[in-house]
Design a protein around this ligand. Structure first.
Ligand code: FAD
Length: 490
């Protein structure tokens, strides 16, 4: 027995971010014993504040935390406003098909992650997860070819070991243990950028009904995000490509001020605003090399979810979506194997294939998004040119996603077709004064990016019969009607 009195459980989850707490909750909901070890004492700072509707109304409804989120007072995000692409005017996409339709699920939230992550972690506790903060996992235990537990050290320096049937690494981009799944991290050649970010009080807001939107604004060196976290607090970040890294070296305050001055719209929005200089938002932070996917997402006894497994560029706010979606897939696999309903190889193959596919969908969508710019000379998306390759995006896509069935040539053509179709859809959107989302929703690349999220949202709507869901892959599995496990297709 260790100092905490428990040394054996069904599942150990490493990390209490959205990936870890979602997985832990979904496994505990099936009655399994789950211990979650989190290095920090919550609330703790994290970047990744702009969410997608599928997280809020799909996965968080399934875990049972959606109502608490609705009451937490987060800014409602109806969509995004972009100064991006050929048109100099900003354009807006809404999660609802028309601005006149504002259904219950046509919004997401902009969240202070310290509060959002705390709500998810507390909810995991409420459903029976044994959450232990200030417990740092130091190692993974291996026995007879499978992962069988972890070692940790707590805040007082006590060391312990927990044996489990499954270890889930959800310890984020700085994970020290993802290699234990036999994985190597492959960084994207295309999305090689750096972000410098901080917080402002008193910035301007978009006109209603878009005041809660994320604002993304392209400029010569890259693009800015501008996320309204409260009526007065704004998260502001500059993303610059790697060959301009010198722009964010040296004094960060000076660097951010210079970058803001390069972008007229952000300068205008921050006129009169004050940078927060105290507390958790007082620091200017830098992140780099953050787009990657691992070569493997699981091995017997261990699975990787969230940033521990993969992440791609923040422009479309897909990080928390991918983390919670990966958690859902892994939870289904664990629940199915523990119930002896499906064998481990089949269950985790389904997890990895679906997860990789969703990652690939976002990767492809984002490449199209960067591609729709006309002025190749001045923009960030000339990354291809910088790396002096005509197919860098494609190569990295193939390497990262792996297991994609199409040949490279077919993929290259698909990229081209989809990028131009997407650019046309945006032009139509801009031209149409009503700002109906129909042209965007018709575009194959947008439809594909929204598909899995929409499916998970639909699953939790009462009265829908999803029993006849078809497998995503030939010979693959389908989700059980409650969404918590896999079963063989009928
Ligand atoms: C510049 C930038 C901007 C972004 N913007 C967005 C955005 O707008 N929207 C969005 O959805 N995503 C965004 N993201 C991505 C988002 O931050 C991540 O995808 C998301 O936080 C991943 O969640 P997670 O649960 O996998 O990991 P995390 O949120 O990183 O949680 C991991 C947890 O594990 C804990 N931990 C680490 N090591 C150990 C250990 N050894 N033992 C125990 N615990 C440990 C950590 O303390 C942490 O709490 C952005 C990312 C970047 C780099």
């Amino acid at each position: 027995m260790n100092t905490n009195g428990v040394n054996e459980t069904d599942v150990v989850v490493v990390g209490g971010g959205p990936g870890g707490s979602t997985l832990a909750t979904l496994v505990a909901m099936r009655g399994h014993r789950v211990v979650l070890l989190e290095k920090e004492k919550f609330p703790r700072y994290q970047i990744g504040e702009s969410l997608l509707p599928s997280t809020v109304h799909g996965i968080c409804r399934l875990t049972g935390v959606a109502d608490q989120l609705a009451k937490a007072g987060f800014t409602k995000k109806r969509g995004g406003t972009m100064r991006w692409g050929a048109t100099p005017e900003p354009w807006t996409f809404a999660f609802s098909v028309s601005p006149k339709i504002t259904g219950e699920t046509s919004h997401a939230y902009q969240v202070e992650r310290s509060k959002f992550d705390q709500i998810l972690l507390d909810h995991a506790r409420e459903v029976g997860v044994d959450v232990r903060e200030q417990h740092t996992v130091t190692n993974v235990i291996d026995s007879r070819g499978r992962v069988s537990g972890v070692s940790y050290v707590d805040a007082a320096g006590n060391e312990g070991t927990i044996l489990a049937q499954y270890v889930v690494d959800a310890s984020g981009n700085k994970s020290r243990i993802f290699q234990q799944a036999g994985a190597t991290r492959k960084y994207s050649e295309f999305f090689r950028s750096l972000a410098l970010f901080g917080y402002y009080e008193g910035g301007k807001r978009l006109a209603e009904p878009n005041s809660g939107n994320i604002l993304c604004c392209a400029f010569d060196s890259g693009w800015f995000w501008y996320i309204p976290l409260s009526p007065t607090l704004t998260s502001v970040g500059a993303v610059v490509r790697q060959d301009l890294a010198s722009k964010i070296k040296g004094d960060p305050e000076e660097a951010l001020t210079t970058l803001i001055a390069e972008c007229p719209m952000i300068s205008d929005y921050l006129r009169g605003a004050k940078r927060v200089t105290e507390g958790p938002y007082g620091e200017l932070r830098v992140r780099k090399d953050y787009s990657y996917a691992n070569t493997k997402f699981w091995r017997p006894g261990m699975a990787l979810v969230g940033d521990s497994a993969c992440f791609v560029d923040p422009i479309f706010s897909s990080g928390v979506h991918l983390a919670t979606y990966g958690a859902l897939l892994a939870a289904r696999s664990i629940n199915s194997v523990l119930a002896q309903a499906v064998d481990e190889e089949t269950a985790f193959r389904e997890f990895e294939r679906r997860y990789r596919r969703e990652y690939g969908v976002f990767y492809e969508f984002l490449v199209s998004f960067y591609d729709m710019h006309v002025d190749e000379n001045s923009y960030f998306w000339s990354a291809k040119k910088v790396t002096e390759s005509t197919s860098t995006d494609l190569e990295s896509f193939v390497t990262l996603v792996g297991g994609v069935s199409s040949s490279e040539e077919t993929l290259a053509q698909r990229y081209k077709d989809r990028s131009s179709e997407f650019a046309k859809a945006v032009d139509e959107l801009v031209a149409n004064k009503e700002q109906s989302m129909v042209p965007l929703m018709r575009s194959a690349i947008v439809k594909q990016a929204m598909r899995e999220g929409a499916k998970e949202q639909a699953r939790v709507l009462p009265g829908l019969d999803l029993e006849l869901e078809a497998p995503v892959f030939e010979g693959g599995l389908v989700a059980t009607p409650d969404g918590l496990s896999w079963s063989l297709p009928a």
